[in-house]
Design a protein around this ligand. Sequence first.
Ligand code: SAM
Length: 354
Amino acid sequence: MSTAPEWIMVGGEGPESYNQHSSYQRALLEAAKEKMKEAISSKLSLDLIYDRFSVADFGCASGPNTFVAVQNIIDAVEAKYHRETGQNLSDNIEFQVLFNDFTSNDFNTLFQALPRGRKYYSAGVPGSFFERVLPKQSFHIGVINYAFHFTSKIPKEITDRNSPSWNRDMHCTGFNQAVKKAYLDQYSADTKNLLDARAEELVPGGLMLILGSCLRDGIKMSETSKGIMMDFIGDSLNDLAQQGVIEQDKVDSFSTPLFLAEECELRQIIEENGKFTIEAFEDIIHLDGEFVVDPKNSALSSKASFGAFLTAHFGADAMSQVFELVEAKIREGVSRIMNAKPDMQYLIVLRKNC
Ligand SMILES: C[S@@+](CC[C@H](N)C(=O)[O-])C[C@H]1O[C@@H](n2cnc3c(N)ncnc32)[C@H](O)[C@@H]1O
């Protein structure tokens, strides 16, 4: 396997930062708020709410969405406690929030933006969520928003031009079954590690709320708007290689540590792991629908998410040129994006088996 540079978001609060271009990811948290509340109300045991209650966000980035995610959870725990005991939770319980991301994440921006008047203590937890990052039984509810589609490595055979499994594209389109299998094998192994680690760290009966995108069964990545956007990035890299700005060899061996599984694959990976019970696997209607096709904004949003990774491979100048080309390609390809097949936005509720 080749180890990929860490896939971090563009930090800071500037005009090209993830902080300013993450409303798409936030819309899912807003759309899922009631379902998160229902899940906590019905699946979390009241016995777990005493003294200190810990919430952990895995893949928190530099804000502000993580604050929405953890507040949704705290509000739901408070509502449950009040309804079932008639008492105000803040009189009896202290909340702690654990913010996890790679060490290279912009934690400074995150902590400077912590909401005023928040009713929780905060701590940063640096490290890859594919490994243990917290002590045993140290949190009660975990959340992952749009960070459940990463792999820890890029399968080596897909980056080798001479391999039958060579991935001609920059991501897994699904057309080449050998590439798809290599990605799925890596994703399954990584997700198993992630679930094993969280099962150790969660208290018995604790919950994981996982939100993100997956493919509907039988749909290929390249048929969705996200796949088309990734093709625009791949095509732009090829354009720059043809202009001699970057090396074609580097483009040919470039792939991303991203994999959108099909719904049935996600279920199978979680069930085979066996550490959690799937309490819900809900289709969430995203308030923003699919990508809102404003070419400038779409290009900026992609840049905020992909920019740091592309810079690590091709340098900052080439990365900027890529997204100028991407904006033009979106402008030309609006109808392709509008007619793409839908992917699925989900909320998965997992309860740790005792
Ligand atoms: C698309 S962002 C989502 C951020 C945030 N949860 C939100 O809702 O806006 C994905 C985040 O996952 C983080 N991430 C990816 N792989 C990770 C890993 N192995 N360990 C910890 N964080 C990771 C990235 O650094 C990035 O901040």
